[in-house]
Design a protein around this ligand. Structure first.
Ligand SMILES: Cc1cc2nc3c(=O)[nH]c(=O)nc-3n(C[C@H](O)[C@H](O)[C@H](O)COP(=O)(O)O)c2cc1C
Length: 327
């Protein structure tokens, strides 16, 4: 696409200091942005966010995603493993550890309603079994009360998610990440999560894939005109970074990793938000990876390679105006 080479000064990206004196160009090893999280090492702070598994297409997509995660040393979360809990013959679709390799952080995924059900049935060992079967590093628990409400057969929460999480943490001792699915969360929820003994929080912020909207589009039986205002509530990734920075003044965030996701497709936006956050951050994407994975391995590899290089370039030549030096 032709790009106008005369860019007016009003279009300057003022979020960074550009410092051309101190960096080097990315080299072929792509290890310039190595980061240790969840007791694992990633070559780049990019997280492939959870996407639902279970169907034949999902199995293929999962394998493609795991391939690039392994090749580029990224982390990855599985989509909901509920179907696997109910039908162990689906294991192949979720069995990505052999493709990813041991080095990459890799997490299983369940909804809070399933976790609640397992706790009520005293079947929490099934969570540990899931984790062992998939050789995952821990579990992601997703919270999506708005989406579930808009789904005719969606789960209904019969106690607040926080109570379920408190009980879960008192009974299960594996690494755990808690996330929304596309509308983010506000300061009270973030603070409550920051105080739990969990390993990470994924934003899944407002501004990217919006599952409430998706449900309204796909369910004809739901009165979408009435319910559509619910699709517009939530918090963006930059709001959530600000909230966490406030929380960090009173709560220690050093034992947690934050996956900044939800509409963060532009690599400089991701880099900027990560730099702004006063805690360990990764940049997560779901929709953008899915789009490329659907096209094919080549497109997915190209996209990932450019994103990795983009972050390495940014790390070498750009400093956040906040003056935070990337470690
Ligand atoms: C097709 C698709 C399926 C998803 N399935 C799940 C899921 O099973 N569990 C989950 O926690 N999040 C799921 N998500 C939410 C993503 O992990 C992510 O939080 C959200 O899409 C925001 O990121 P994005 O704007 O980069 O897409 C899914 C997203 C997509 C696009």
């Amino acid at each position: 696409m032709a790009y106008n080479s005369r860019i007016p000064s009003s279009l300057k990206d003022g979020r960074f200091d550009y410092e051309p004196l101190f960096g080097i160009h990315p080299n072929r090893s792509h290890g310039q942005f190595e980061i240790n999280v969840f007791d694992k090492t990633m070559n780049s702070p990019i997280w492939i966010s959870s996407m639902t598994g279970g169907s034949t297409e999902a199995g293929l997509i999962n394998k493609r995603l795991a391939n690039v995660a392994g090749e580029f040393g990224l982390g990855m979360g599985l989509g909901s493993c509920r179907a696997l809990l109910e039908n162990p013959s689906l294991k192949e679709d979720f069995n990505l550890r052999p493709i990813l390799g041991e080095k990459a952080p890799f997490f299983a995924n369940l909804g809070i309603a399933q976790v609640d059900e397992l706790l009520r049935e005293n079947s929490e060992e099934k969570i540990l079994e899931l984790n062992e079967t998939l050789k995952t590093d821990g579990l992601i628990i997703h919270l999506n009360p708005l989406q579930e409400w808009l789904q005719p057969s969606g789960d209904r929460y019969t106690r607040p998610a926080l109570e379920t999480l408190q009980e879960y943490c008192s009974k299960i001792n594996i690494k755990t990440i808690v996330k929304e699915v596309g509308q983010g969360m506000g300061p009270r929820s973030l603070k409550a999560l920051a105080e739990l003994p969990i390993s990470g929080i994924e934003f899944a912020a407002f501004g990217g894939t919006n599952f409430s909207a998706l449900e309204l589009n796909r369910n004809e039986n739901v009165n979408s005109d009435f319910w559509k205002p619910l699709c517009h509530v939530g918090h963006t990734a930059s709001e959530m970074v600000e909230m966490l920075n406030d929380i960090s003044q009173t709560t220690d965030l050093s034992d947690k990793t934050f996956i900044i996701s939800g509409g963060v497709e532009n690599f400089l936006d991701g880099f900027h938000l990560r730099e702004e956050l006063n805690a360990t951050g990764l940049i997560g994407m779901a929709g953008a990876f899915l789009q490329k994975a659907r096209v094919g391995d080549k497109e997915l590899t190209e996209f990932t390679k450019e994103y990795v290089l983009g972050l390495e370039m940014a790390r070498e030549w750009l400093n956040s105006k906040k003056g935070l030096k990337v470690d």
